[in-house]
Ligand binder design. Structure first.
Ligand code: FES
Length: 197
């Protein structure tokens, strides 16, 4: 699994914000992919951010430009006393309503990060404790096609998600859900899910 993650690291630029686990750091030194003549013409009209996404994420489908679907499952690894590690075809909508595309995100679930929704290792400073257990274990099946996952950061609330997501931990517990809300304040009694309190 780790090898796959390395190959699909997201290049989403987080302009002006340090994100130790985010795409910007991961791909800072990655060489640019060669551009075709057609792509070269297109980049003249795109913003810097769009061009960065264009290089790694976007593809032509019909007459639309859409995020590339990589053949990776949507998964959330719940780390004990640490963040949520998401992989997959992720559309992240932040609190300001900005849309970001990524294939690998490390999101805060302790509530202490100064760079929300991303983890900045503050969970160690605040000695966040959670065993990482999955309370509603269920059968998981492999999806035939790459699925999309949309994660929305609710202001002063959870991470709401829509799309097939396997939530698992290193103890072998897992569940598959279509939609739900993940805790990001660290206080839910149903972690990693939100208990809506
Ligand atoms: S889980 Fe890492 S800062 Fe919150």
């Amino acid at each position: 699994m780790e090898d796959v993650i390395e190959e699909v690291k997201a290049p989403k630029p987080q302009t002006g914000q340090a994100n130790p686990h985010g795409p910007e750091t991961a791909d800072r030194d990655r060489p640019a992919a060669p551009e075709t003549a057609q792509a070269g013409r297109r980049t003249e009209t795109l913003s810097t951010e769009d061009r960065a996404q264009d290089r790694w994420f976007m593809e032509d489908r019909g007459n639309r430009r859409v995020p590339k679907r990589l053949d990776v499952p949507n998964e959330a690894l719940v780390s004990a006393a640490g963040p949520l590690k998401l992989t997959g075809n992720i559309t992240l909508i932040d609190e300001a309503g900005q849309t970001h595309y990524a294939n690998h995100l490390t999101l805060c679930r302790c509530g202490a990060s100064r760079n929300k929704p991303y983890c900045d290792d503050q969970h160690m400073e605040v000695e966040f404790f959670d065993s990482g257990s999955i309370p509603q274990a269920s059968e998981c099946r492999q999806m035939a096609n790459p699925q999309m996952l949309t994660v929305t950061c609710i202001k002063d609330g959870p991470l709401k998600y829509q799309g097939y997501l396997r939530v698992y931990n290193r103890k072998g517990q897992q569940c598959l859900t279509m939609q739900g809300a993940l805790c990001r304040c660290g206080r839910s009694t149903k972690k990693p899910f939100c208990d809506c309190r």
